[in-house]
Design a protein around this ligand. Structure first.
Ligand SMILES: [Zn+2]
Ligand SMILES: [Zn+2]
Length: 227
């Protein structure tokens, strides 16, 4: 028995699932499904992007993977994606997509276009910095001249201990530095390490820095290290 396409009558294969010829199958089925536009949250302050719930540094590879995850295909095996990004003036990009793969053992290639739209949104870190919110101040105080080396060590510790950027602001004073730190926990552990290294003590104190929505007072902690 010879197979023929129930749609166009051709006896020329290949036939997809022993039915339609490949041409008719491609006409009747939407193999490639690409959204008209793809939006991605973008922080205008530090240029990070939000990918799967995390703010990360932008790279072409991350953007391309993000786009590929939005592409849906049907009946296509051995699929490979080729994504080209052409950025335009406003920072958004034209996206050209080529998908290759196999249907009924026949190699096919499909094209699609979409747009990548940057949705401006301050990332968690930049929004708390712009809001001026911080939990602690580490005060480095020096008997003689303020030593920038100690400041550098403190900043390095904050960077290593914190999951996100902890430093909010550095204020330079005649006898030292006030370092505003987002999390009091990180500020304290960094202070302890500095104090240990320079064999000094930490003087802890706090001030009340307003109240939160439930009326609970918010404390701002100060850790003072005299070196
Ligand atoms: Zn056909
Ligand atoms: Zn940011």
């Amino acid at each position: 028995m010879t197979l023929f396409c129930p749609e166009c009558g051709t006896e020329k294969g290949p036939f997809v699932k022993n039915s339609l010829c490949l041409n008719c199958f491609l006409k009747k089925n939407k193999i490639l499904n690409v959204p008209e536009k793809i939006e991605i949250s973008f922080c205008p302050s530090c240029t990070k992007i939000l990918v799967h719930g995390k703010w990360v540094k932008q790279s072409e590879k991350i953007l391309k993977d993000f786009i590929i995850k939005k592409i849906k295909t049907k009946e296509l095996t051995n699929q490979k994606f080729d994504v080209e990004l052409i950025q335009n003036k406003n920072g958004n990009s034209d996206v050209n997509i080529i998908v290759t793969g196999k249907i009924a053992d026949e190699k096919i290639s499909l094209n699609a276009k979409t747009f990548l739209i940057l949705k401006k949104e301050l990332c968690k870190n930049c929004s708390r910095i712009s809001g001026g919110y911080f939990e602690a101040v580490v005060q480095l105080r020096f008997e003689k001249k303020p030593d920038k080396k100690v400041l550098k060590e403190l900043l390095q510790l904050l960077n290593d201990l914190g999951k996100e950027q902890e430093l909010v602001k550095i204020i330079e004073l005649k006898n030292g530095f006030d370092v505003q730190v987002f999390s009091k926990k990180i500020a304290l552990s960094a202070s302890k390490k500095i104090a240990l290294k320079y064999k000094s003590d930490i003087t802890k104190s706090f001030t009340v820095a307003g109240a939160d929505r439930e009326g609970k007072t918010k404390k701002r902690f100060t850790y003072c290290i005299r070196i």
